[in-house]
Structures are given as structure tokens and as C-alpha cells.
Write a protein that binds this ligand. Structure first.
Ligand SMILES: [Ca+2]
Length: 226
């Protein structure tokens, strides 16, 4: 009887021993595709629209907490437009105060980011599911492109109330590199030994010489673990 009880205990314990050694934890690679939206924040929201974004993240699971790798992010369509502030600030009526008039454009900015990335989080069991809440940080290289085109300022200035424009300004194509960083967090849910889904929310800042660009990026996460 005692032997049977011991055997039963060992058998019930086996699955949990097995789960400790399951491959999704340590010593494996994780590749994630994160489709989402890059939403301009603060002054950046005066200059450009939201853009779709796709992040490709690859990392190695060094221990139960630390995943380290690299990420590639592609913001593929921020259309310039909003209010004349930041890099578009102008004093139309020459009264010494920058005006805030509406502007639109046919210029699109595309931004590619490439950075080493660290992810900190641990898988936890909740009911019969495995979740991993995590924090993530990255810092690295960003490159921004714009097509040639025009901006058109036209409308009532928010400060003076006077009608401004139309004022048409022509821009050449541009291509520049910057330093930037991002940080945030998210949640993975294991749906298979090799697959997880979840969501990610992060803040990113690209340091330009005359101003910084700031974005909030919510995205979905689809991960393959191998
Ligand atoms: Ca003015």
C-alpha cells in the first residue's frame, strides 16, 4: 500500500518535473512578429499621423528571466500634417511669436529601427495556462526617409485666430540616421510548446538634432519558439 502511494505521488509529480524542462523556458530562441500602430505623442503628434508598424524581434533565452537579442522595426507610413509646431514652426505674421496653423502634405515619413533588445520576464502558470508578463528595452539605430513633396499651411491660427495661408512649401527627399531607444512591456500566452501569442506596448523616442520624435506603439505578438 505504501509503495503504491509512493508510486502514485511520483507519477503525479512527473508532469511538473517535465514542465520545468520544457523547451519554452531556457536555451531556446524566440522569434516574434509584432504588427501594430505607431502613435505620435506630444509635439510629434502635431507633425505627423499614425503609422502601421511591424516589429521583428529575435532573442535567446539565457535563463528563466533574461531574453536577449535584437529587434527590427518598420514604421511604414507617417503622413506629415497637423499643426505648424516643432520643425514646422513659423511666424507667418512676423509678430515674433510662432503661429499654430493647420497644415497638410503629400509627404510620408518611413522609419526603420534596428537595436539590441533585452526582455525580462518569467513564465508563470495560471490555471492551466502559461503566461509571461515581461518588460523590454532597446536602444540603437533609427533611419528615417521622406519623399519629396509639399506642405500646405491653410486655416485659422490657434493663437491669433487669423486666417493663414495657403502657404506652400516644397521639400526634397531626405534620408537621415538617428539614435533612439524604446521601453515597455507586454504579455505572452503559450498556445503550444512552440508558439505564443500576446500583446506589447512600448514608448519610443528618436533623438533628432532639433527635436525628438516620440511614439506609443501598441502591437500584437505572434512568437515562434525553437
Ligand atoms: Ca506670429
Amino acid at each position: 500500500m505504501r509503495t503504491l502511494l509512493a508510486l502514485a505521488l511520483i507519477l503525479t509529480a512527473l508532469p511538473s518535473f517535465a514542465s520545468v524542462n520544457e523547451g519554452y523556458r531556457v536555451g531556446r530562441w524566440e522569434v516574434s512578429l509584432n504588427p501594430g500602430v505607431a502613435i505620435p505623442l506630444g509635439a510629434t503628434s502635431d507633425e505627423m499621423s499614425n503609422s502601421g508598424v511591424v516589429q521583428l524581434v529575435a532573442g535567446y533565452q539565457f535563463n528563466e528571466y533574461l531574453n536577449f537579442g535584437a529587434e527590427l522595426g518598420w514604421q511604414f507610413n507617417h503622413r506629415w500634417g497637423g499643426q505648424t509646431a516643432g520643425q514646422f514652426a513659423q511666424d507667418f505674421d512676423k509678430d515674433g511669436i510662432d503661429d499654430r496653423a493647420p497644415f497638410s502634405s503629400n509627404i510620408h515619413e518611413k522609419i526603420l529601427g534596428l537595436s539590441p533588445a533585452v526582455k525580462l520576464g518569467q513564465w508563470v502558470d495560471v490555471l492551466s495556462y502559461k503566461f509571461r508578463p515581461y518588460l523590454t528595452m532597446s536602444a540603437g539605430f533609427y533611419h528615417a526617409w521622406t519623399n519629396s513633396g509639399t506642405t500646405v499651411v491653410q486655416g485659422n491660427d490657434q493663437i491669433s485666430g487669423k486666417l493663414v495661408g495657403p502657404i506652400i512649401t516644397t521639400y526634397d527627399t531626405s534620408s537621415n540616421s538617428y539614435f533612439g531607444f524604446s521601453g515597455g512591456g507586454g504579455l505572452d500566452i503559450l498556445v503550444d510548446e512552440n508558439a505564443a501569442v500576446g500583446f506589447d506596448l512600448r514608448y519610443s523616442r528618436i533623438t533628432k538634432p532639433y527635436e525628438d520624435l516620440e511614439f506609443l506603439t501598441p502591437s500584437l505578438r505572434i512568437s515562434y519558439l525553437f
